[in-house]
Design a protein around this ligand. Sequence first.
Ligand SMILES: Cc1ncc(COP(=O)(O)O)c(C=O)c1O
Length: 426
Amino acid sequence: MTRDTAIFDLIAKERERQVKGIELIASENFVSDQVLEAMGSVMTNKYAEGYPGHRYYGGCEVVDMSEELARTRLKQLYGAEYVNVQPHSGAQANMAVFMACLKAGDTFMGLNLSHGGHLSHGSAVNFSGLMFHAIDYSLCEETGRVDYDELEQKARAERPKLIIAGASAYSREWDYARIRKVADEIGAIFMVDMAHPAGLIAAGLLDNPVKHAHIVTSTTHKTLRGPRGGIILMGKDFPNPWGKTTPKGEVKMMSALLDSAVFPGTQGGPLEHVIAAKAVAFGEALTPEFVAYQKQVKTNAAVMAQAFIDKGYKIISGGTDNHSMLVDLRTKYPDLTGKVAEKALVAADITTNKNMVPFDTRSAFQTSGLRFGTPAITTRGLKEDKMPWIVDLIDRVLQAPESESVIAAVRAEVNREMTQHPLFAW
Ligand SMILES: Cc1ncc(COP(=O)(O)O)c(C=O)c1O
C-alpha cells in the first residue's frame, strides 16, 4: 500500500506546531512516548463488546488482562471501589451517568456554563440540556467563587435528582462535603466531574471527590496526562443499591446501572488501544515523578496568576488553587475581546483559548476573557522562573494585537526558548 502522504504530512505539521509553541490551553497536555505507543498499537484491531470475562467476541483474553490492569491501577490511584474505563470521552462518561440515574425530563443541577460549567452539565445544545431539565448555580460576583448558599437554596427549592460539581474554567478548590450534605438532605445523587483537576487530585494536591460524591467522572487527557478518553468511579457508595427498579421489579446496583449505561446503553465496542494507553498513564500517575510534576504544575499556575495580577490584569477569584486561571481582559484592555486576543497570541505561537468570564458582557463567540493553564508547559519542563517571562510575552502581544512586528518578535522568542525543551523521543 502506498504511504498516505497527505495525512502524514499533516501529522508532521501538527507535530511541528506542538514542538515550537507555548501551549497554555488548560485542558491539554503532552502524553509520554509509551502512552502514544500504546494508542498506536495493534490493540485497535480488537472488538471486545462487554466487560473483562463477559465479552460478546472470542479472542479477548489479552485485552481482558489489559482492561483489568487499567481498572486495578485506576482504583488504586483514587481509592475507588468501582471503576469503568470504557467511556470514549468525558462527555460520554457524563452521558452514561445521566442514563443510569435519571429519566428523560428529570431535573438536575450544574454550574452555570458561562461561569465555568461544561457543555455536558446542561447546555441547551447538548444531550444534557436537550433531554433533561437543567437548572444551574453560579459564582459570586465579588469573590468569583461558587455561591454555595445559592446552590443550597436552589437545591432545596427545586429538588433536582442529580447535582453536579466540577467545571471547565474554575481555578478554586470545591467544598464537596457541603454539596454532599445538601444532596443527602433532598435525596439527590451527587456527581463530581473532576476532568480538569484529575491529575492534581491523583497526586494528593486537592481534595479527592471519590471520598464525597456518589459518582465521579473524568477525562483522562487533561492534567492526568493520558490518552483522550473518559472514566467513571465510585467510592464508599459503591455497595449501595440505588432504588431504581427494573421492569421486573428488581432493585439494581448502581455499578450495574453504570456499566450497562456505558455498554450497551450509549457505546458499542470499547477502544482497547486507548484503554491500554489509559493503563500506562494510570501506572505513570502512581509514581513519585508524577507527584513532583503535579506540584510543579500548581506552582507554575500560582506564579503565572500572580504575574498577571502584577501587570494589572484581573484574575477571576483573585488567583488559583489548581492548574488554571481565567483572566478578565476588561480591567486592562476594555476594548479587546477574547476572540481577537486568542488570534493574536496564536499568531505568536502562544496557544490559549477565549473564554467567557462570569457576568460577561460579551457573547461566547467574542468573550471578555482568556483561559490559561500550566499542565502542558510543565510537561515541557518549564519551571516557575519562566512564568513571568511568558506573561510578559502575552502582555506585549495584547498591547498591540494588530502589530505584525510585535507578533513576529514574540514568536521568535517563543520558538528560541522551546528548542531548549525537546518534546518527543520519536
Ligand atoms: C469538566 C469537563 N467535563 C467533561 C469534558 C468533556 O470531555 P471530552 O471532550 O472528552 O468529551 C470537559 C472537556 O473539556 C470538561 O472540561
